[in-house]
Ligand binder design. Structure first.
Ligand code: NYM
Ligand code: MG
Length: 212
């Protein structure tokens, strides 16, 4: 029997869209259906690089904007070998944010182009499916206050949403927009169905490289 590779599935969206909840539910649903699946997230705050990022996000330290962008990217690169290994072994990875958050958040800052922001991401494992959990700013506001971390303001999130819109206009990436305003169960079953389809489809397809 040939070993079927796992799928690389990413959930993206602005803060409060429900990514973390949906990633957890998806991993559970896949595991319950007998498919090997694991959760990953970026930033992965437990590594040495991740700790620098976490301290920056919590405003415990300041980092120059280009520097922090490259640290977010380095945090993905340091986990890329592990990701490839798990995918090859047949485990599907469900990832809470990826390069798209990296590009959208930094390019929402003044003086950063989308093109510059993409460069350090080129060649990373390419997601087989990126689901964008779409929630309007008005609906996000109904979900309560933003947290205390850097970037968690409605004005910045609006700029980030515009950058995501720009990034989604890219036929080289398998973007699928999910209406995240529905109740948790509806969103969850939608996401699970799309994931099962892609897991089936990628078995015969090699893993790609992002933006290459
Ligand atoms: N973020 C996340 C970036 O600025 N660049 C990145 O590459 C990634 C992956 O960090 N506001 C931002 C988006 C979020 C924050 O939040 C991480 P969380 O709640 O850990 O997903
Ligand atoms: Mg969060």
């Amino acid at each position: 029997m040939t070993c079927k590779r796992g799928a690389l599935i990413v959930l993206e969206g602005v803060d409060k869209a429900g990514k973390t909840t949906q990633c957890n539910r998806l991993v559970q649903a896949l595991q319950q259906s007998g498919r090997p699946a694991e959760l990953m997230r970026f930033p992965e705050r437990t590594t040495t690089i991740g700790q620098l990022i976490s301290s920056y996000l919590q405003k415990k330290s300041d980092l120059e904007d280009h520097t922090v962008h490259l640290l977010f990217s380095a945090n993905r690169w340091e986990l890329a070998p592990l990701m490839k290994k798990k995918l090859e072994q047949g485990t599907t990875l469900v990832v809470d944010r990826y390069s798209f958050s990296g590009v959208a958040f930094t390019s929402a800052k003044p003086g950063f182009s989308v093109d510059w922001c993409k460069q350090p991401e080129v060649g990373l494992p390419k997601p087989d499916l990126v689901m964008f959990l779409k929630l309007s700013p008005a609906e996000a506001a109904l979900r309560g206050q933003y947290g205390q971390e850097r970037y968690e303001t409605s004005i910045f999130q609006l700029a980030v949403q515009e950058k995501f819109d720009q990034l989604m206009d890219d036929p080289t990436v398998n973007w699928q927009v999910i209406d995240a305003s529905r109740d948790v169960e509806n969103v969850s079953s939608d996401i699970t169905k799309r994931s099962l389809d892609i897991i089936e489809a990628v078995q015969r397809r090699p893993l790609g490289e992002l933006w290459k």
